[in-house]
Design a protein around this ligand. Structure first.
Ligand code: PLP
Length: 383
């Protein structure tokens, strides 16, 4: 038998969550974030579901590439896809994805500009070095540019006082297709009590007050929690995958549905005595005689090794506690509450019926990291 570890990917849930983006920000265009293998869900499958327009033939001429073949009614497709590198963008183009694709960190060296032009990719320009490369590289076909403003996150972007001048230079650059667009990113939108979001918004608005352009501010947390940031384009990531972006948030509170359900099976049930220690480092000791189940899934599949004893696991749809250390290929659960469980019974680690947000809290991390971390040996199944 092959390994039982599976990630079921529910594309209906994905489309439902996209609809939630539209409801929350009805005026806005949507750049769906599919970076990092679509947060671990499979970039090409997610892009096909969110942006179904396909290229007639891969490798065709540029004009052909730009012509879309509509396969679903309008409104089902997002307006652009966001990726972090040209490698990710090329995987999408190679799979025949015709949608607009934005490189969120732009290009890193001049040679990439040729590919960007050839494959009709949009770029974020966030640094003077990129601006200099762009100005020094004449392109036959100009490219679409987002000017990234650092409104206070202090990761990427031009400082507010540089924005008007950078805007002028980009607008004057022959390799840039006007009009130049404006983007910023929020550092604390997941915390509705933080003053940083209004501060960043004020900074961005002041820096761009004299500029009439398309703009984009909101990530998932801002889409759901900060309507004043719904300006032009929104950039949903985690909410598309059905997890809450908020600290201590739940997907259910926002009517989001989990897209990934990580499952496996019980491969052993053993009965131990009071005082027997379970697993590596003997870190957990049976408080009484009890049945212990072994689940065929571990950190080699992306389950967090730091999930503590007591982290919930579903066996046949009912919660049981994780016990002891998570191993590479297995983890153990206390089956005291399920004396009738059998080898081969279904186990859910997160997803439908067991929110990934909850598992993330037990593992001192965030849903993003758990979803991104599922490893390639897990079998992905679309439902
Ligand atoms: C990843 C990313 C997003 C999406 O963030 P979520 O919190 O997942 O919604 C938005 N904007 C930028 C620039 C990003 O890198």
């Amino acid at each position: 038998m092959t390994r039982a570890a599976q990630a079921q990917i529910n594309l209906h849930a994905l489309r439902h969550n996209l609809q939630r983006v539209r409801e929350a920000a009805p005026q806005c265009r949507i750049m769906a974030m599919v970076k990092a293998n679509a947060y671990g869900h499979g970039m090409v499958r997610v892009a096909r579901a969110l942006a179904p327009g396909r290229m007639p033939q891969c490798g065709g001429r540029r004009e052909e590439r730009k012509r879309r073949v509509p396969q679903e009614p309008p409104g089902t497709s997002v307006d652009a896809l966001g990726v972090s590198s040209i490698d990710e963008a090329m995987m999408l183009r190679d799979a025949g994805i015709a949608a607009a694709i934005t490189l969120l960190e732009g290009f890193f060296e001049p040679a990439e500009l040729m590919l960007i032009q050839q494959h009709n990719l949009d770029v974020v320009i966030h640094h003077p070095a990129q601006l200099a490369i762009l100005e020094a590289t004449p392109l036959a076909t100009p490219i679409t540019v987002w000017l990234k403003v650092d409104s206070g996150m202090h990761r990427l972007g031009f400082a507010a006082d540089q924005v008007p001048q950078v805007w002028q230079r980009l607008t004057a650059c022959h390799s840039v297709r006007p009009p130049v667009r404006l983007m910023t990113h929020l550092a604390s939108a997941d915390d509705l009590a933080s003053p940083q979001t209004p501060q960043q918004l004020a900074c961005f608005n002041a820096a761009t007050a004299e500029i009439n352009a398309e703009r984009s501010i909101a990530n998932s947390a801002a889409i759901l929690g900060w309507p004043q940031t719904h300006d032009g384009w929104v950039r949903p990531g985690i909410m598309l995958y059905g997890a809450s972006p908020f600290i201590n948030g739940t997907a259910m509170a926002h009517d989001l549905k989990p897209v990934m359900t990580l499952t496996s099976q019980l491969i052993a049930i053993n009965h131990y005595k009071k005082g027997d220690a379970i697993g590596y480092a003997a870190s957990w000791v049976c408080p009484h005689d009890m049945p212990v189940g072994v689940v065929a899934l571990g950190y080699g599949d992306g389950y967090p090794r730091h999930a503590v004893s007591g982290t919930p696991v579903l066996v046949n749809g009912k919660r049981v506690p994780l016990i002891g250390r998570v191993s590479m290929d297995m983890l153990s659960v206390d089956l005291s509450g399920q004396p009738h469980a059998h080898i081969g019974d279904a186990v859910t680690l997160w997803g439908e019926g067991l929110p990934v947000e909850e598992i993330a809290r037990y593992a001192s991390t965030i849903p993003y990291q758990l979803l991104c971390g599922v490893t390639p040996r897990v079998k992905f199944i679309e439902i």
